[in-house]
Design a protein. Structure first.
Length: 259
């Protein structure tokens, strides 16, 4: 017979339903902000311009790192009806952190701080923000969405030849911290297919063809970072209007499958 507790610690069983912590990575203009804006009762913490064009509820643009902490703190401390907090974007948030670290160390840029100490300081400051977002999730039951621009980085795979992949446009240690913290890391891009064409003289060319369909990939592939803790596998088609509903539908289907 399995016990209900060991020592003074109760044994927890089954799944606990908690609001999601999501990181959405994507190329420029693919619609990351529009997707996040369709989440339930969303409010944006802006570290870059853009949310004003969507017309979503938002705080004033953060100019310095303390603005980010203060706005997260306001969501924790004050009563409100918002259910989703969006950081737009986490890589521009990292820039504010880097500016703060450089100023504190009296150097022009964080890279001027020797032995990588500046980046370690920045990682601790980023961790502080994530802890604040965890408080939002735990105390206010808010879904957390971090938006991130992508960059292409060479990946040295120990089991294969090196290849390029999309990753968050952040310092490596910061990107790893954010992706480990998240319950879902999605890579958003347009669906692309290729077509071979005869170029004459025995030559063939390969052309990329875009359908205009936007996909949110939730399982890692060689070309991009992605993950989830919900049993999702297939890419999710994200519509231009109310794209968050497609993600919620996929999550509900995965939850029923596991029952």
């Amino acid at each position: 017979m399995t016990p209900d507790c060991l020592g003074r610690f109760p044994i927890e069983r089954g799944r606990t339903s908690r609001p999601m912590r999501a990181v959405i990575i994507g190329t420029d203009g693919v619609g990351k902000s529009t997707l996040a804006a369709s989440a339930p009762d969303a409010i944006f913490v802006q570290t870059e311009d853009g949310a004003d064009e969507i017309g979503i509820p938002r705080f004033p643009l953060c100019r310095v790192w303390q603005d980010v902490l203060d706005q997260i703190g306001a969501l924790i401390a004050d009563d409100h009806s918002f259910r989703t907090a969006v950081i737009d974007s986490i890589d521009w948030t990292e820039r504010l952190i880097h500016q703060q670290v450089a100023a504190k160390n009296l150097v022009p840029a964080i890279s001027d701080i020797s032995y990588g100490r500046g980046y370690r300081q920045a990682e601790e400051m980023l961790r502080e923000a994530l802890e604040g977002l965890d408080l939002l999730r735990d105390q206010k039951s808010m879904t957390i969405v971090l938006l991130a621009h992508s960059k292409i980085r060479r990946f040295e795979d120990p089991n294969a030849d090196p290849y390029d992949r999309y990753v968050p446009d952040m310092h490596d240690s910061a990107a790893s911290l954010v992706c480990e913290w998240a319950d879902l890391v999605g890579f958003m891009n347009y669906e692309i297919s290729t077509k071979a064409a005869d170029a004459g003289f025995g030559r063939r060319t390969i052309r990329g063809i875009g359908s205009g369909v936007r996909l949110l990939h939730v399982e890692e592939r060689p070309g991009f970072i992605a993950k989830n803790r919900y049993g999702l596998a297939a890419p999710i088609v994200i519509t231009k209007e109310n794209g968050w509903a497609a993600l919620e539908t996929a999550l509900q289907a995965a939850a029923k499958h596991d029952q």
